[in-house]
Design a protein around this ligand. Sequence first.
Ligand code: 13P
Length: 245
Amino acid sequence: MYFIANWKMYGDLKSLNSLNKVIKFSKQHKKKRFKIIYCPPYTLLDSFSKKIKKTKIELGAQNCHFEMSNGPFTGSISPSMLKKIGSNYVIVGHSENRSSGESDNVINKKIRSSIATNLKVIFCIGETLIQKKRKLTNKTLKKQILKGLSKIKNSNKILVAYEPVWSIGTGIIPKIKDLDKNVTFIKNVLKINLKIKNPKVLYGGSVNPKNVEDLASIKSIDGFLVGGASQKAKNFIDIVKKTII
Ligand code: 13P
């Protein structure tokens, strides 16, 4: 099971202290099969990287540019810069970036450069509330997958994160039956259309210590991408505990 903390645009050097408890927890349970990945803002990647050395916790970034190494792209960070600073993962296609204009085509280019740089990709997909109401969920998810992962070979380096847009930051999670159906649909597209043998699909959207047991009852889910609840060590640890212990 994967537990990915997406801190979004939150956190400063002081918030690194919250990591001590999570490191301790991870050491106490090192025999259990789970992986914790922290995705703090770019400004904290270096400090995080130093802090998690010699632990099983891994580091990811929240986005990257599609140019692999360098270029005249003011304000951007490349996959190879992320790799050099100790990041093994990168989130691509988050709905908060799709909603400000990131296209499937740009997402595809980012994924390709990230994989070429040897980063693993947390590829986010999800339908909006309007798409859900119009019964366009499957069509939307399939289009995002096929366009985002077009011409990608090393698909074992991809974790798909299903994040219904209407569930992010709202406290509302999908009905368990619907979520199970959607995760199975996503896995089938990955298996049948993209020939990925053992696809990994995570869920994200208002995951918290109270609802995680219900969510974890869905056997097809391979982990969680956690926003708000990942910023407090206790909440994040509780999410992991309630899923795997
Ligand atoms: P919340 O857990 O705050 O709803 O955020 C989910 C998310 O967007 C993770 O990428």
